[in-house]
Design a binder for this molecule. Structure first.
Ligand SMILES: Nc1ncnc2c1ncn2[C@@H]1O[C@H](COP(=O)(O)OP(=O)(O)OP(=O)(O)O)[C@@H](O)[C@H]1O
Ligand SMILES: [Mg+2]
Length: 509
């Protein structure tokens, strides 16, 4: 089979007044025709940049990108536009932006074909066929507002494939969905791209996405670092770059106690890499354990809390008779299946919602007894909240966003830099949020909530858009906030990396 995508030594440098970022640094990758590739990699490693270049939305700074024999870097602008509308089908996490609210599912899918000059009958036939394939034939007359997030995304995926593109690209298509809907969306993508004979490149943090892939490619620092072919039982192979560069997985480095320097020795035909022992330096414990908290007190608690949504026949209890305590100096992980009331519990503890019955008490104050304005003041004084959407001011820099949160609470602004450094964004601090990658934005939101050092920190799936290394780092940061300042940190999460680091696990549902 011939190569659908052939990328060699691709560089992309983003130049901005706030500083340059080398998003891609010599990335090379070949994708066969009809192959489905999932791209994984840490936040800021260049995944979205790579996908945007493949989609013809961004241009390479250097290197070559050939898609179906066409070199994108040399294509005149008009041809790039044609390439985008005929060869590429593109989906990202913002399905709401992709779907006009006044159109039905059928019209939305047919619309994509209208642009390609098909007759109305043809368009509707094709729309029906695609909606049938994504399991939404029964909802073809529904408008986006009448569909769930997962259903809207399946319509968006069907629409992106209506014009029979040869290349399907998706950037974290389930970034805004819960786990159950995400699974369905990936199954839909897998079936559809195979039925339509597409070549597909999908960027994701969701392990679910790798189940539909023929090959998994990892990107690090703007280069391909590892590749795994699925189903062959083969080990993950590490890509050896030009000049012998190869990147070892963090997990291996951690377990072998390798930190800043290593030595490599040839043993027979194998290379053994081990930690370089510097004089007087004792190797660090490869898995540092933080002592369990002592002398804790209850920071927040729920007493007989019940929260019902809807009324009459449609009433449903999201939380039923919950007695739970959240201790100081500890990280509590709240887990449970989709719909088990995790976000609701965080809302109740933040005083964003009130229980139908029972009491939510934080720092001895019964939130139920406070008015709306008093609850807002209480929140601003004592509670940090990290929602599923980062909710940042995109025209301001990362630093300004964090400073704003401190200024709002009349706290000194110098904590802002420190908080950004703690989430690994020291170097990106001055960059405008609109120019940051998805995971970087998520980390700014974490820094913003941490900076005022709240006594109660609530976080809703804080690692869902982060890679493993960043997820571990965020967990460690939460534990540190708890230990150093006696905060109660409560995370709603289904991420095993975060649950592993928790002192207390509360299972709902
Ligand atoms: N328009 C831009 N201007 C300046 N810097 C940018 C721009 N776009 C991306 N960057 C920077 O380039 C790097 C790579 O960004 P990219 O969005 O490709 O990362 P990513 O791998 O998709 O990360 P994530 O998983 O967090 O979405 C990041 O450090 C980002 O801040
Ligand atoms: Mg991205």
């Amino acid at each position: 089979m011939s190569a659908a995508i052939d990328v060699r030594d691709l560089f992309r440098v983003h130049q901005t007044p706030e500083g340059d970022a080398a998003a891609l640094q010599g990335l090379s990758l070949t994708v066969r025709e009809r192959e489905v590739v999932t791209v994984l990699g840490p936040s800021g490693s260049g995944k979205s940049t790579f996908l945007r270049i493949l989609a013809g939305l961004d241009r390479p700074s250097a290197g070559t990108v050939r898609v179906f024999g066409v070199e994108l870097g040399k294509l005149p602008a008009a041809d790039v536009a044609r390439y985008r509308t005929s060869t590429v089908g593109y989906a990202d996490q913002h399905y709401q932006r992709a779907l006009s609210p006044e159109l039905t599912a059928r019209e939305l899918v047919a619309l994509e074909l209208g642009l390609a000059g098909a007759t109305r009958a043809e368009r509707l036939r094709r729309a029906d066929e695609l909606l049938e394939r994504v399991g939404l034939a029964g909802k073809r007359d529904a408008r986006p507002s009448e569909l769930s997030g997962g259903e809207q995304q399946r319509v968006a995926v069907a629409a992106s494939l209506a014009h029979k593109p040869k290349l399907f690209l998706a950037d974290e298509p389930t970034g805004e969905l819960d786990a159950a809907s995400a699974t369905l969306v990936y199954e839909t993508i897998g079936e559809l791209v195979r039925a339509e004979h597409c070549t597909a490149v999908i960027v994701s943090h969701d392990p679910e996405s790798t189940l539909i892939a023929d090959r998994i490619v990892r990107i690090r620092d703007g280069r391909v670092s590892e590749e795994t072919a699925r189903g062959t039982g083969a080990q993950e192979s590490i890509v050896v770059g030009r000049g012998g560069w190869l990147r070892l997985p963090e997990e291996l480095l951690r377990r072998s106690g390798i930190h800043s320097h290593a030595v490599a020795k040839l043993q027979g035909h194998e290379i053994v890499v081990s930690a370089a022992m510097q004089e007087g330096v004792v190797p660090e414990n490869p898995t540092p354990t933080v002592a369990a908290p002592r002398d804790t007190r209850v920071i927040a608690e729920t007493r007989n809390v019940r929260k019902v949504y809807g009324s009459g026949a449609t009433a449903r209890a999201a939380i039923d008779d919950l007695d739970a305590q959240f201790p100081s100096s500890a990280l509590t992980a709240v887990t449970g299946p989709s719909g088990s009331g995790k976000t609701t519990l965080l809302h109740l503890l933040a005083g964003l919602e009130l229980p139908t019955s029972g009491r939510a008490v934080v720092l001895g104050t019964e939130l139920t007894k406070l008015g709306r304005a008093e609850r807002a003041r209480f929140r601003s004084d004592h509670v940090g909240y990290i929602g599923q959407q980062p909710g940042l001011v995109s025209a301001l820099s990362a630093l300004e966003n964090v400073e704003l949160a401190l200024a709002f609470r009349s706290r000194p602004l110098d904590g802002a830099r420190e908080a950004l450094a703690a989430v690994g964004l020291e170097e990106r601090a001055k960059q405008r949020v609109s120019r940051l990658s998805t995971g970087e934005r998520g980390r700014v939101a974490i820094a913003r909530a941490l900076a005022p050092r709240p006594e109660l920190l609530l976080a809703d799936e804080p690692t869902s858009r982060l890679d493993q290394a960043n997820a571990l780092a965020v967990g460690a940061l939460f534990v540190r906030l708890a230990r150093d300042f006696g905060a109660a940190v409560v995370c709603a999460t289904h991420d095993p990396l975060l649950i592993e680091q928790a002192d207390v696990i509360l299972r709902l549902g």
